[in-house]
Design a protein around this ligand. Structure first.
Ligand code: AQP
Length: 348
């Protein structure tokens, strides 16, 4: 079965898009620019399924009341970003049991320890931790199950998730080869710009919800004043030029990327705008990149004000209804794929 949009009568010819976000913290500008903004662009062209992947979130310990609150908040963020539940399906992973069932099957029938040992995100997230859950190690397999259940063609993600989509392709091909054709092999969709927004406190690490310091990220729920402060305190590079140079000026390149995506101005236009406006002398810090940062803070402020008006406009009840409707719509698709898989394995 293919997904059909609510207002479409005939069988679907549109490609299917699947993606999700973990309710593991407050979503940030990186999640928005790297993933959600791309989802919004895709929803008119494709059959889109957007999931709140709560089973992924519990791979690290969460406070139960905070987690259930955040699940609803993530949906509000989807909606405030411009995802329209009339065009795209929004649902919660744990409402469709086929996800964990297929994950277990893939664990046994397709995934290998050697595959998972290569996952760089696990190495980063598991590093320096006293105890790490098996789930954190295995979560790329659950992500593969999420994607494969819906005959997905395209998976829009930020750069950090590309390796996991590649693993999904490997698992799908291996299963098809060993048990017979079931899975469609999905392709990854990564934005040219914004696929990896870096931390404001450290341009060598990505902006991350679970960063140890809130100075790392601009949360989509930060007050505009708090966000402006973070921009003004953001780490910059030596020198005084505002120039997009990923290698020599990674911090400025990151700020330029955020600025460009929010304002619609190209790097060239921004470089031109700030030509000759660096600090008066090398090592000047108070006013360093001052004008540029002030203007960027203003762009972020405008974005957040507009975003948060929309975000506050949705009620919990509305969100619950959207989630229930979404799960009801995708459950039969997931079940049909799962049944095919079980048939191939002789366990249906
Ligand atoms: N810094 C980023 N730049 C661009 N895209 C990003 N994404 C995450 N961080 C950046 C993309 O956002 C989507 C949702 O991510 P996720 O919630 O599944 O988890 P993640 O990739 O592990 O993101 P975080 O913020 O770092 O969460 P935590 O700290 O909880 O692990 C994905 O498409 C992701 O690529």
């Amino acid at each position: 079965m293919d997904l059909e949009s609510k207002n479409q009568a005939g069988p679907s010819v549109k490609k299917t898009v699947f993606s999700g976000v973990q309710p593991s913290g407050i979503l940030h500008l990186g999640n928005y620019l790297g993933a959600l903004a791309q989802w919004v662009e895709m929803q008119s062209k494709y059959h889109c399924i957007f999931c709140v992947v709560d089973y992924h979130a519990i791979t690290v310990k969460q406070k139960p009341e905070e987690l259930s609150r955040r699940i609803l908040d993530v949906v509000k963020i989807y909606l405030a970003s411009g995802i329209n539940p009339e065009k795209a399906v929004i649902f919660r992973q744990s409402d469709v049991k086929a996800h964990v069932e297929l994950a277990w099957i893939l664990n046994c029938a397709a995934a290998r320890m050697a595959d998972l040992n290569k996952m760089t995100q696990f190495k980063e997230k598991g590093a320096n931790k006293e105890s790490v859950s098996v789930g954190l190690f295995d979560y790329p397999v659950l992500m593969a199950a999420d994607i494969l259940l819906y005959n997905t063609d395209l998976v829009p993600v930020g750069e950090d998730q590309v390796q996991h989509v590649e693993l999904t392709r490997t698992l799908a091909s291996r299963f098809n080869r060993d048990y017979g054709q079931v899975f469609k092999i999905p392709a990854v969709a990564v934005r040219k710009q914004g696929a990896r927004i870096m931390g404001l406190d450290d341009p060598t690490k990505k902006m991350s919800k679970s960063a140890s310091s809130p100075a790392n990220y601009i949360a989509l729920t930060d007050t505009p004043e708090a966000a402006a402060k973070k921009i003004k305190r953001a780490v910059t590079d030596s020198g005084k030029e505002i120039k997009f140079d990923q290698n020599k000026k990674p911090a400025i390149a990151n700020l330029l990327t955020i600025y460009s995506l929010l304002s619609g101005l190209s790097f060239k236009e921004l470089e031109e705008k700030y030509r000759g406006q660096g600090p008066a002398y090398a090592g000047a810090s108070a006013g360093k990149y001052g004008e540029f940062k002030n203007d960027l803070a203003e762009e972020v402020r405008k974005f957040l004000v507009e975003f948060q008006i929309k975000y506050r406009g949705f009620t919990d009840d509305e969100v619950r209804e959207i989630l229930q409707d979404g799960a009801d719509r995708v459950r039969p698709i997931a079940q049909e794929t799962l049944n095919k898989v079980k048939n191939k394995l002789g366990i249906n």
